[in-house]
Design a protein around this ligand. Structure first.
Ligand code: SF4
Ligand code: SF4
Length: 429
């Protein structure tokens, strides 16, 4: 028998066992059984990817999810030729969670999912999509949009289906009156979706209200990162979701690129305790450290993003941060908040709804404070106008009439109307 066949026959293992003793053999056998069990229990199992329970669904999802929202572009459209190999490389690396939405990338994200998962790749992953309430003119539109998503993705079943971007207006004006939750339950009973959930952009108070509305929720998707630990559902959101048995996906781990390209003051703070790692790795490690986080959904725009993220994910585990790393993150937050002119808004959203629909917290915490650090007006205006629409997040600072209704609601005691006037002066609207 030559060396290759000797290895294949398993005799090498037995020989090694004979040399190492019976205890090592037992350990080896245990390792093999565990590995086999894992590949049976976990979709697309890869030993280099950690998997985490998605709440009470019984499903284990990869610590890294592929967010189909920052795909490479060509001539104003998604570059499908570049996207497909990226998605497949991520799947080969063990990713089993593909996150898309009906409205992502002008509707082309779901198409990108279909193309990337053609030819058998669909069976290796969980596919999500999202129902955009703001596109519904009547309750019947829910089913129509759902069927469009299924057709576009070319799948009979959407594994994780969300009501997209619930915030106070959507909750009151569409989700409740159109009975969208009951409609999701019906889809689940019919086997057209496997799990039902929602993505969220509003205050912790509304987050709790939505979760308490029904025990039918299986999971949710929130925005969270180390800089905005009080923003929207904040640091308590994951605890609350987990306490109610829900799986938790987290989007925007690098805060729409901000935490992937840090200002020097924050870089210096992060290295102050002697730990060196790339900016995006800090952001992802922060999320993976949180035991309640099931999957960090990262938007990936190039093959190198995929490769880097796979590398970072390989070591992901709950409570992974060292005391020095925690201290470094604290120092980075402190540096951000000490930028001259910084508005001490935590983005908690307790001041909304404003009677004039001003997106107060988003404007302060997400647009203006970022601008102060980078001084990049083009980017700030893009955040201000593209990512914010009247029907979703709200209106710009110029819509403030100074009525003062928001003032008693702000736990930071901010002079909101005057600060909005300052934003308007700087940003021109
Ligand atoms: S002061 Fe401005 S931001 Fe505050 S509630 Fe009134 S209109 Fe809205
Ligand atoms: S202005 Fe005050 S209430 Fe509104 S989001 Fe900021 S900190 Fe919260």
């Amino acid at each position: 028998m030559d060396r290759r066949n000797f290895i294949k026959s398993g005799l090498l293992t037995a020989a090694a066992g004979a040399m190492a003793g019976p205890k090592a053999v037992a350990q080896q056998a245990e390792r093999q059984v565990t590995q086999e069990d894992l590949s049976k229990d976990i979709l697309n199992y890869n030993p280099n990817m950690p998997y985490r329970p998605m709440g009470r669904t019984g499903v284990k999802v990869s610590a890294l999810g592929f967010g189909m929202l920052r795909l490479p572009m060509k001539d104003g459209h998604v570059d499908f030729d570049q996207t497909t190999p990226m998605v497949r490389r991520a799947i080969e690396g063990g990713v089993n969670y593909i996150d898309t939405g009906r409205v992502y990338m002008g509707g082309e994200s779901e198409q990108a999912v279909r193309k990337a998962l053609a030819g058998g790749w669909r069976d290796r992953v969980y596919v999500t999509s999202k129902s955009p309430w703001w596109e519904m003119q009547s309750a019947d539109d829910f089913e129509k949009l759902f069927d469009q998503s299924r057709r576009t993705i070319d799948t009979d079943v959407i594994d994780f289906y969300h009501i997209h971007m619930i915030m106070h207006r959507g909750w009151k004006e569409k989700v409740l009156p159109y009975k969208l939750i009951e409609k999701m339950e019906k889809l689940k009973a019919q086997g057209k979706i496997r799990f039902m959930g929602f993505s969220f952009h509003d205050s912790l108070q509304l987050f709790k209200q939505i979760i308490e509305y029904t025990p039918a929720w299986d999971f949710c998707l929130i925005q969270h990162n180390y800089l905005d630990y009080e923003y929207e559902a904040g640091v308590l959101g994951p605890k609350y979701a987990a306490a109610n048995g829900m799986g938790l996906a987290v989007m925007k781990p690098v805060r729409t690129g901000f935490l992937a390209h840090l200002p020097q003051s924050m870089k210096d703070a992060l290295t102050s305790t002697g730990v060196q790692k790339p900016d995006p790795e800090w952001a992802l490690d922060y999320l993976w450290d949180i035991p309640e986080v099931s999957v960090a959904v990262s938007g990936m725009g190039s093959m190198s993003d995929v490769e880097e993220n796979l590398k970072y994910a390989a070591k992901a585990k709950p409570n992974m941060l060292t005391p020095a790393e925690r201290e470094a993150l604290g120092a980075a937050i402190y540096a951000f908040r000490n930028t001259p002119g910084h508005i001490d808004c935590t983005g908690c959203y307790q001041c909304i709804p404003c009677p004039h629909n001003v997106a107060i917290g988003y404007i302060f915490a997400y647009v203006y404070n970022n601008y102060l650090v980078h001084k990049d007006m083009k980017r700030a205006l893009s955040d201000y106008t593209v990512a914010m629409s009247p029907v979703q997040r709200g209106d710009p600072a110029s819509s403030c009439v100074g009525c003062g209704a928001c003032l008693p609601k702000c736990p930071q005691h901010l002079d909101i109307p005057n600060l909005l006037a300052k934003v308007k002066e700087t940003m021109g609207k």
